[in-house]
Design a protein around this ligand. Structure first.
Ligand SMILES: *Cc1c(COP(=O)(O)O)cnc(C)c1O
Length: 376
């Protein structure tokens, strides 16, 4: 069976893991964590980076940092991973779900303003598939209504909006290094802080509400409990693994883009016949080749396609069930229909996509999809 994902080892991981283990310091904020922070700050110009144990944790830190309280409203797409919402729900927020664009699953920036109320505290754009949301429109609304913008950049490493790295535009941004993302550490994530005013408190929240980071830098002579917090920092073993990946970022991205282009070209004839929709990249966005998806015309088409691929030894998957229709949130949702979100929930299929996918395997996927729509 051709898997949907296969974690990629660049070759240096075991070496760095060994170094980390024998360095004598394997808890958080060791040498490899510092190397990772520096890499991101230098390459993408994030003001301050903090590795976390997941993107979920980075989002939870963001919710604490912007002071979310019971009854605050947070606007985000319904078509996203549960963590985008959970992080704010845990602080007592009410989630106001926005619909996706018609031609891409990102939240429709033109619909946000109508959802803003005096209780709105933040907008959380999710750069789906690493393709940028309309950040100028979102940042303009944030400025006019005095809102925070937290970028869910889980899928968006090394992708750009009008030349600006995703994750560098909002006040805060959360990245994921889960094994399904471009750059991996098994589980792992990062909070990018673009507004200096959050930097100090972020360190404290990440270190169980203590000023231990300042203590280690010699800025205070003892550390103690100064704020709320949790244990959001990863062991240096995770960072060691991640650093091996970062050293190979360019090669990983080169190959992933090649795979992406092959899918795009191979499936273009089906798109031209109106059998499927292919990813749409707005002019302001770049492609970081996080995933390749096709959108079927109907839910029945999708169900048939996934089953057909499975019969032929190919594991394709779908994801994101509109959160406004989830078991947990339906009773709390204000009842608005979000048809584009539902459309992607019903019709989108993700194709096998990983660094080591071979040309033959990829060709098989393309041929099998083509055969399905010809047989139909
Ligand atoms: C993967 C993902 C997350 C969660 O990342 P973790 O590192 O697994 O916590 C959150 N949001 C989006 C959009 C994701 O794709």
């Amino acid at each position: 069976m051709l898997p949907f994902n296969k974690p990629y080892l660049t070759g240096k991981e075991a070496h760095y893991l060994y170094q980390a283990v024998y360095s004598g310091k394997i808890s958080g904020d060791g040498m490899f964590t510092k190397k990772c922070h520096q890499f991101f700050e230098e390459k993408y110009g994030f003001k301050k980076c903090l590795l976390t144990t997941s993107c979920t944790d980075a989002l939870e830190m963001a919710a604490i940092l912007i002071g979310i309280q019971e009854g605050d409203e947070v606007i985000m797409p319904s078509y996203t991973f549960v963590s985008t919402s959970n992080a704010f729900v845990l602080r007592g927020a009410k989630i106001v779900f926005a619909d996706s664009n018609k031609d891409n699953p990102n939240l429709d920036a033109d619909q946000i303003e109508a959802l803003i109320t005096p209780k709105t505290k933040a907008i959380v754009p999710v750069h789906y598939a690493g393709i940028a949301c309309d950040m100028d429109k979102i940042m303009d609304l944030a400025k006019r209504y005095n809102l925070y913008v937290i970028e869910d950049a889980a899928q968006a490493i090394d992708s750009y909006y009008e030349g600006r790295p995703l994750g560098s535009i909002g006040h805060l941004a959360a990245f994921s290094f889960h094994e399904t993302k471009n750059i991996q550490s098994g589980e792992g994530g990062m909070l990018a802080i673009n507004n200096e005013k959050f930097a100090k408190r972020a360190e404290i929240i990440r270190e169980k509400g203590t000023n231990r980071s300042a203590f280690f830098r010699g800025e205070v002579d003892k550390y103690g409990w100064v704020d709320i917090g949790s244990s959001f920092l990863p062991s240096d073993i995770i960072a060691a693994f991640l650093y091996a990946q970062l050293e190979n970022l360019e090669e990983i991205q080169r190959r992933r883009k090649e795979i992406w282009e092959t899918y795009q070209q191979g499936l273009a004839p089906l798109a031209a016949q109106g059998k499927i929709l292919l990813p749409h990249l707005p002019n302001f966005a770049t492609n970081n080749a996080h995933m390749f998806y096709v959108v079927c015309n109907t839910a029945a088409d999708r169900e048939g396609l996934i089953a057909y691929l499975k019969e032929h030894g190919i594991n394709a998957v779908f994801h994101y069930l509109s959160l406004h229709k989830s078991v947990y949130y339906t009773p709390k949702h204000d009842g608005r229909a979000l048809p584009n979100s539902d459309f992607y929930s019903d019709c989108l299929v993700r194709l096998p996509f990983f660094y080591e996918l071979t040309a033959e395997q990829q060709n098989l996927v393309i041929q099998t999809i083509s055969a399905y729509f010809t047989d139909l």
